[in-house]
Write a protein that binds this ligand. Structure first.
Ligand code: AMP
Length: 453
């Protein structure tokens, strides 16, 4: 998973991009990068690590310019190395330069890469963003396509998820794949600066007035003359005639203060919680979320059941997302580093413990043990998503099917494994009731129905 940012026509573009990337740090914590254009030179800085460590004020001094394109990365395509981090830059001998940052993943990566390599295109990384960039640059520079036509060709031939920002020395192009898997929206200031971001929360912090989401297959050209929207019909480029937004963005990935796919994330999470409660026979003494991602799900559950909601687990915010660690041993330990219980809080209580999802089962197992050790009489796990049984090929790093606990164990076995008294997942039909346009979502990680193969 990744986050992108683009700033256009602002004298402190690098500062704004840094703030935007910081607001999107939850979308990727492994590496970050930024390319800044002052009209003559494009300067690039990419490093492993967090935004606050990579883009310090002394480093920003060396990134002058009014157009900045940035990226935070959590690897899906390509190994964990700075070569695979984004943005990617191409400087051509004839003069034009191009920068690209993208969020998503390409399904036919190997095929398109081979096609490009056969035409003499060189790749320095195994990253999908480089493929998108070089596909466009090749067609513009060698085949005389306009940039817009090259993007349309890409939409036709390159399959998968891409919410992308492309920069030239003068302009910025925003575009999204025909299914609109990943979010992306843009806004403007009264002074004429434009910002694009994966999530709207990053625009809020920049005081950008939110304009809208980039629609699936739409291309938005941002230039000094203003904005031009090319509203392509997404059905020209796709076999299923509906959008396929990632439902997991609402369940887990996006920040609750963002608006994505036309809905407030926190509201969808509250509805998910209410749906969980409606399907649940238990009346608990207390409902406790696994903070922070399950907070609104648990709130929705508690309201629906009219039972107390309490933040019984305290989270250390400096550990990072548990899942985002390379080795299983590190992951196991960091669950304990991350959570602690309130003193005397759980004693004798019948607890409903809510998390947004179970992937490998590492987090929830440790938490049940922690809460039982704190004296809880019963711990009932309720999960704000159906069982994750299939890997994602559209930009979320789900492990192999073998590593997904729901593929190896049924509900009863997971109850035994975690030590929970009961476990209940959200039914997929109930999940569909939590969003306004359920047909416009991808549920492949739950049902294996992949819209793009
Ligand atoms: P696990 O401990 O492997 O079962 O992972 C589940 C936990 O990781 C849940 O608490 C989720 O909040 C979080 N999570 C779920 N999916 C992802 C993902 N793709 N990347 C990072 N974290 C995730």
């Amino acid at each position: 998973m990744c986050g992108i940012i683009g700033i256009f026509n602002h004298r402190n573009a690098a500062e704004l991009a840094t703030l935007g990337l910081f607001a999107e740090q939850h979308r990727g914590q492994e590496s970050c990068g930024m390319a800044v254009n002052d009209g003559v030179t494009i300067r690039l800085r990419k490093k492993m690590g967090l935004v606050k460590d990579v883009f310090t004020p002394d480093k920003l001094e060396f990134l002058p310019g009014s157009i900045a394109i940035g990226h935070v990365r959590y690897p899906t395509r390509g190994s964990s190395s700075v070569y695979n981090s984004q943005p990617h830059v191409v400087e051509t001998l004839s003069g034009p330069s191009y920068v690209l940052a993208s969020n998503g993943d390409i399904v036919n990566y190997a095929e398109i890469r081979k096609e490009m390599e056969d035409k003499g295109v060189y790749f320095a990384s195994g990253n999908d963003g480089e493929l998108l960039l070089k596909y466009i640059v090749y067609h513009v520079e060698k085949e005389n396509y306009s940039i817009v036509d090259a993007i349309k060709l890409l939409m036709k031939n390159v399959k998968g998820a891409f919410s992308t920002v492309l920069g030239t020395k003068k302009d910025m192009y925003l575009f999204r794949d025909p299914y609109g898997f990943r979010p992306m929206s843009y806004g403007q200031t009264k002074e004429g600066a434009t910002a694009v971001a994966s999530e709207s929360n990053a625009l809020d912090i920049l005081y950008m007035e939110w304009t809208k989401e980039v629609n699936p297959a739409e291309i938005v050209i941002v230039s000094t003359e203003g904005l031009r929207n090319i509203a392509n019909d997404p059905n020209e480029f796709r076999s299923i005639k509906s959008d396929k937004h990632c439902i997991f963005e609402h369940i887990y990935f996006s920040r609750p203060d963002s608006i994505i796919f036309g809905e407030n994330v926190y509201e969808v999470r509250e509805k998910i919680g209410a749906q969980l409660a409606l399907a649940d026979e238990i009346t608990p003494d207390v409902v406790v979320p696994v903070p922070d991602s399950a907070n609104f799900i648990a709130l929705g559950y508690a309201r629906q059941k009219n039972v107390p909601f309490a933040l019984g687990l305290i989270r250390n915010h400096y550990v990072g997302r548990t899942f985002i660690k390379p080795e299983q041993t590190v992951r196991d330990e960091s669950v304990y580093q991350k959570f602690n219980t309130l003193p005397n809080f759980f004693k004798g209580k019948k607890v409903v413990l809510i998390d947004d999802s179970i992937v490998r089962g590492t987090t929830i197992r440790k938490l049940v043990k922690l809460i039982k050790n704190a004296g809880a009489a019963e711990v009932h796990i309720r999960i704000g998503s159906p069982a994750v049984k299939y890997s994602c090929f559209y930009g979320i790093d789900t492990p192999t099917r073998q590593e997904l606990i729901a593929n190896r164990m049924n509900v009863q076995e997971i109850e035994e494994y975690t030590g929970a008294d009961t476990l209940q997942y959200l039914d997929i039909k109930a999940l569909e009731k939590s969003v306004q346009h359920p047909q416009d979502y991808c549920y492949a990680c739950f049902d294996g129905n992949y819209p793009v193969t």
